[in-house]
Ligand binder design. Structure first.
Ligand SMILES: NC(=O)C1=CN([C@@H]2O[C@H](COP(=O)(O)OP(=O)(O)OC[C@H]3O[C@@H](n4cnc5c(N)ncnc54)[C@H](O)[C@@H]3O)[C@@H](O)[C@H]2O)C=CC1
Ligand SMILES: O=Cc1ccc(S(=O)(=O)O)cc1
Length: 484
């Protein structure tokens, strides 16, 4: 049985309290996770502080960059280990994990190392009252010890998306991976040691949220800032914890994203794009689309085409050929998604396809499977249109005008992403400007350039990460003013 231990000060640390790690494909126990108590979290924060005050804090940017490139190279060298760990933890299809999760896990270190190496800082000359001159210039210092609290949907990708820039900026980190997906964060500890990242720079504490490692970390006074991806409600709790000591937070939270398909869209591309945005990663992508609005002239044809695509997604384990959709992360999440499937019916939805659990054979019958599901016919007040489900499902409604589509897309407390499909360039610009979201894709979905700003509007987050914007959170900008 695999043991997932904490990684503190460069060493793997066992604890006496463990919990089960289960495989989503068949609910089998595949590992034991060593839960960190207050003592281990404290040790991790102290190790991170010591590293900050030690070799890591004194290291030149050039050497740091070199080491982070080595981390990326080592992830790529151990690609198959990371792939196997991520697939076991999440059950996601091989094609997805090998094309998205693991390569991005490596890229997150290289990209941010290069950004930090190349970013300029501002300087201003000024006239002084005595007729002389002064020079102002900015310097960036690391924020300090960063608490990194992560979700389970894209474990390595979303963790390194924060650890990459944090380390590139010279910080040290204590990572709290999701209790559902402990594997790749633990494996990354081996990589850090192998390439010579000093002990204490990267630490991992395992456990849950309240009254466990998550709470112990976010309430720890030795943590200088907290970056978090997860549910909006959890963000509220963490924000409360961060208030003590007035510590900065960076939050990437939930979404209830709209997809808008105009009648002038390239129909086949729009259907293919919407299939990905609704069903990829079994709908467990915060950027995914759960509300689809289609212009009336193509509504029936679009619903039929998306139905055909959804029904063609073959459920199965990661390594099986032709598999298009994996399971949900946990039994608990499966129950949550199925409760929304039941609610939709109760609230009067027409179930176009899905709505239940696929029939799986043998041990797979114990997995956390749900059918890709499409509804029509619900009022905008329905639960499945208002609340984030985080499953492979969407409601499709017709609209008539551009203004109506924008109003429908914006009628939510969330503001993470929108995907718009049209061949009319003017319309694309008009809609993109008016949808209240952090990212608007036109004729695409989940195309990510890591130099761009990423984050959510409204209840979908606080702050922006990505490119130089990550520096706003992970560094303290200081001004030096020299009288000449
Ligand atoms: N905006 C974005 O970029 C993304 C947002 N998400 C959101 O994440 C959610 C799914 O992920 P989950 O892991 O279920 O989210 P979650 O909020 O339940 O958990 C995320 C992490 O927070 C920890 N946690 C929970 N309560 C805590 C507390 N009181 N104090 C400190 N830590 C605590 C958990 O142990 C886990 O590591 C969805 O709502 C989704 O929208 C997921 C991916 C990306
Ligand atoms: O699931 C949410 C999600 C997915 C990807 C990214 S990013 O590509 O790292 O920006 C962020 C959030």
């Amino acid at each position: 049985m695999k043991q997932f231990m904490n990684f503190i000060g460069g060493e793997f640390v066992a604890t006496t309290k463990t919990f089960d790690n289960r495989a989503p494909v068949d609910n089998r126990v595949i590992g034991k996770v060593h839960e960190a108590g207050r003592g281990e979290v404290d040790a991790a924060v102290r190790a991170a502080r010591a590293a900050l005050n030690g070799e890591w804090g004194r290291m030149s940017v050039a050497r740091r960059v070199e080491l982070l490139h080595a981390v990326a190279d080592e992830i790529n060298r151990r690609f198959d280990d990371f792939l196997a760990a991520e697939m076991a933890d999440t059950g996601k299809p091989h094609a997805l994990a090998s094309h998205v999760d693991i390569p991005r896990g490596a890229a997150n270190f290289k990209v941010f190392a290069d950004i930090v190496k190349n970013v300029p800082t501002e300087s201003f000359e000024m006239a002084t009252p005595d007729g002389g001159q002064a020079l102002n210039y900015a310097v960036r210092s690391p924020l300090g010890v960063i608490g990194v609290v992560c979700p389970w949907n894209l474990p390595l990708l979303l963790m390194t998306w924060k650890v990459g820039p944090a380390l590139a900026c010279g910080n040290t980190v204590v990572v709290k991976p999701s209790e559902e997906t402990p594997a790749t964060a633990t494996l990354l500890g081996e990589v850090m040691n192998a390439v010579g990242i000093p002990p204490g720079v990267y630490n991992v504490v395992h456990g849950f949220g309240p009254d466990s490692a998550g709470e112990f970390l976010t309430t720890h006074p030795g943590v200088d800032g907290i970056t978090f991806t997860g549910e909006t409600r959890t963000g509220e709790a963490i924000m409360g914890a961060a208030a003590k000591g007035v510590r900065p937070v960076s939050f990437e939270l939930g979404g209830k994203n709209a997809g808008i398909v105009f009648a002038d869209a390239d129909f086949d591309k729009a259907v293919a794009g919407m299939t990905r945005s609704a069903f990829e990663n079994c709908g467990q992508v915060c950027l995914g689309t759960e509300r689809v609005y289609v212009q009336r002239p193509i509504f029936d044809k679009f619903v039929a085409a998306l139905k055909a695509r959804a029904e063609a997604l073959k459920p199965g384990p990661s390594e099986e050929a032709g598999v298009g959709i994996g399971p949900l992360i946990s039994r608990e999440h499966q129950q949550k998604v199925l409760s929304y499937y039941a609610k939709a019916v109760k609230e009067g939805a027409t179930v176009v396809t899905g709505g239940g659990v696929p029939s799986m054979s043998g041990v797979l019958a114990e997995g956390h499977w749900v059918q890709p599901t499409i509804w029509t016919g619900l009022p905008e007040t329905a639960s499945v249109i208002r609340e984030e489900i985080f499953g492979p499902c969407c409601h499709i409604a017709p609209f008539d005008t551009e203004e109506e589509a924008i109003a429908l897309a914006n009628a939510t407390d969330y503001g993470l992403a929108t995907t718009v499909w049209t061949e009319n360039l003017g319309r694309a610009h008009r809609v993109a400007k008016q949808v209240q979201v952090g990212i608007c894709w036109v004729n695409s979905w989940f195309l990510r350039d890591l130099r761009t700003a990423f984050g959510g509007a409204k209840s979908s987050g606080i702050g922006r990460e990505g490119g130089v914007h990550s520096l706003e959170f992970y560094t303290e900008l200081r001004n030096v003013c020299i009288k000449l």
